[in-house]
Design a protein around this ligand. Structure first.
Ligand SMILES: [Zn+2]
Length: 231
């Protein structure tokens, strides 16, 4: 079957794969991490898969990396304990921009993997509210809370790396009626756009900045036209 769009013919094939047991394949990937870059302008997947094992001091054959295309890569480990040690060092960055690296799972959703896990300081929560439920409730707004540190008012949270980061949250404490703006400080955050808070580009290449420029230019033109008309 095909569909004609303009001058091109786009094949419309739909294939049904019959049921079969792929548990052996899944089992063979149980010591694999899968990763994805955030900023294709500055990060090179080929470099990541060769440099990351060196950074982790596992470049003696204990990790093998390969490029999966579309900014994604896989890292195959020989030993489970090495994976656990590496995952303790998250969040990951390369060439001063963040990288999502997670355990492989049989996932097919769009943009996988995009999870990045940060330890986050919640600055501005009054000391008398440093309690698990309070910190967890704030952390829930940022992503999936993994751990809570009541002593330092911090949460370990997994965020979606394709979405803008949140740096400030107004919080109202119903018990007392207190209201504060909580500042969110991400540990080991490397590279983000200070205009739209995304991890994929810097301020200079922000599409929202271009839009703003266009809007400003349009306003200037209109103002100029008004002034000319009034002359
Ligand atoms: Zn931006």
């Amino acid at each position: 079957m095909s569909q004609i769009r303009g001058n091109s013919v786009k094949p419309m094939l739909r294939i049904r794969v019959p049921c079969f047991d792929n548990s052996d394949i899944i089992r063979s990937l149980n010591k694999t991490l899968i990763g994805r870059i955030t900023n294709p302008e500055t990060q090179n997947v080929g470099s990541i898969v060769s440099v990351m094992p060196k950074i982790w001091k596992l470049d003696d054959g204990r990790v093998t990396g390969s490029d999966l295309g579309l900014g994604r890569f896989r890292l195959d480990f020989k030993r489970e304990e090495d994976i656990l040690e590496v995952l303790k060092t998250e969040s990951f960055s390369f060439n001063q921009w963040m990288v999502s690296i997670v355990r492989w799972e049989p996932a097919v959703y769009k943009n996988h993997p995009c999870d990045i896990t940060f330890w986050v300081s919640l600055v501005g929560v009054p000391r008398h509210w440093w309690e698990d439920r309070v910190l967890r409730r704030i952390g829930d707004e940022l992503g999936t809370v993994r751990e809570v540190d009541e002593v330092n008012a911090m949460v370990k949270v997994t965020v979606n790396g394709t979405k803008p980061l949140c740096f400030e949250i107004p919080v109202r404490f119903e018990t007392s009626g207190e209201e504060v703006d909580v500042k969110v400080e991400y540990e080991k955050l490397s590279g983000y756009c200070s205009t739209c808070f995304r991890l994929s580009h810097d301020k200079e290449s922000c599409p929202e900045s271009d839009l703003r420029k266009e809007v400003e230019e349009e306003k200037d033109l209109k103002m100029h036209a008004t002034i000319c008309m009034n002359d």
